[in-house]
Design a protein around this ligand. Structure first.
Ligand code: AOS
Ligand code: ZN
Ligand code: ZN
Ligand code: ZN
Length: 399
């Protein structure tokens, strides 16, 4: 790497942080089954400890996304939870309300035709917003399983109106520090129509809800051929990109570790962000988050792997020579333009990582350091014993 590229890479590393999901450390899997792991987190304390371990070795995961139903129980003191996080060297990040598990949501949450259920869902969101305020979190992250399974089952337009009203009501409760992220997904669990099925629907609802509402792009929530980086570029240009749920996929919402299938896809997304920043002279504020569910890989290892991949692709995308790219674009030199991206993508960034980790007193090899630490083994022994003592049969939520 030239000194100039090395400097650029280190600047990128300094500015990048990615949030881990609390649910990624617990027993999750597919809807057909889960393969339990002794080391899987049992409670929020375990999840925060695991997130702390990921942050210890990578140095770029200071916050943890939490799930209200799975992580917060009625009567929990949010301030105590925030303190617990600090004790593990992390902070509470995005608050994820749960609007899909309660039996009352059989026909939807914000999209339900019964006003009492919509009210129930709304109250849960208000509570989540209040938790966010109490723990000092900036984001409330909304994902809805709402939709219908058969043609004719519901009024698509009526449900749209319910969503518009409920999101507006949520927006009113936000503090000046909070942003509401609205996630979209084309299908699953609903298989005929999903109320917020794509970025356009999310965009429209956010626009109607208010200025503190932005679109959340989960990379797994697109049809196979969809050009995700174009969506990202458009949302950036409209100042409507709020954040990401990163994961990789081969078919649909597979929740595989980032870059395991197509690292170039995530690179192209990051490239759009860096390119936008170069043009505007400022980095847009984006919540980078992981949303993955590990059924086979050890959860902490899978998370470390994802974080390292995200960092690497973010850094590589920062190395694109924008001036050269512009020049090639101006001349319609397709080959050279594409090669500018490829050159950055194939740059060996190991020297930049080595220097950055050394300067930040981080382990040279985060995964190896985690393995050597014995954390996983210790967690497995201790959590297995605790499960027996508490009479817990391993299980977990759908994610
Ligand atoms: C579901 O498919 C979405 O990706 C959600 O963001 C997420 O997995 C869920 O909210 C877990 O909490
Ligand atoms: Zn997601
Ligand atoms: Zn998903
Ligand atoms: Zn997913």
């Amino acid at each position: 790497m030239t000194p100039k590229l090395l400097r650029r890479a280190r600047e990128a590393l300094d500015s990048f942080a990615i949030e881990t999901p609390s649910w990624g450390f617990a027993d999750t899997g597919t809807r057909f089954g889960k393969f339990f792991q002794d080391a899987a987190a049992i409670d929020l304390n375990d999840k925060l400890a695991d997130a702390g371990e990921v942050n210890r070795v990578t140095g770029c995961c200071p916050t943890v996304a939490v799930h209200v139903l799975w992580d917060f129980k009625a009567g929990d003191d949010p301030k105590r939870v925030a303190k617990l996080a600090r004790q593990h060297g992390v902070q509470i990040g995005a608050i994820n309300p749960n609007l899909f598990q309660d039996q009352c949501y059989k026909w939807g949450s914000f999209g339900h035709n019964d006003p009492a259920v919509r009210e129930h869902a709304l109250q849960h969101c208000y509570d989540s917003i209040a938790i966010g305020q109490a723990v000092g979190s900036e984001y409330v992250s909304l994902w809805f399983a709402d939709g219908t399974n058969y043609p004719g089952q519901g009024s698509i337009r009526e449900r749209k109106a319910y969503f518009t009203a409920a999101l507006q009501a949520c927006h009113e409760k936000l503090s000046a520090k909070q942003t509401m992220l609205v996630e979209y997904k084309p299908f699953e669990p609903a298989f005929y129509h999903t109320d917020i099925a794509d970025w356009g629907m999310s965009y429209l609802l956010c626009k109607k809800a208010g200025p503190r509402s932005k679109v959340l792009v989960d990379t797994g929530h697109h049809y196979s051929a969809q050009n995700i980086e174009q969506i990202v570029a458009w949302l950036l240009d409209e100042d409507m990109l709020g954040g990401f749920h990163f994961n990789d996929r081969r078919y649909a919402d597979d929740d595989l570790t980032l870059g395991s299938i197509d690292p170039y896809q995530a690179f192209r997304i990051f490239h759009e962000i860096h390119f936008f920043a170069a043009d505007r002279g400022r980095m847009p504020k984006i919540a980078y988050m992981i949303d993955q569910s590990h059924n086979e890989k050890p959860k902490i290892e899978a998370t470390i792997q994802t974080v390292l991949m995200a960092q690497e692709l973010y850094v590589k995308a920062a190395l694109v020579d924008h001036a050269a790219l512009r020049k090639a674009q101006a001349k319609n030199n397709v080959v050279d333009a594409e090669l500018e991206l490829k050159k950055a993508f194939f740059t060996d960034v190991a020297p930049a990582f080595a220097a950055w980790r050394k300067a930040n007193k981080l382990p040279a090899d985060p995964l190896a350091d985690h393995r050597k630490s014995g954390y996983e083994r210790q967690a497995a022994t201790e959590r297995k014993r605790r499960r027996q003592e508490l009479g817990i049969v391993q299980g977990g939520g759908y994610a």
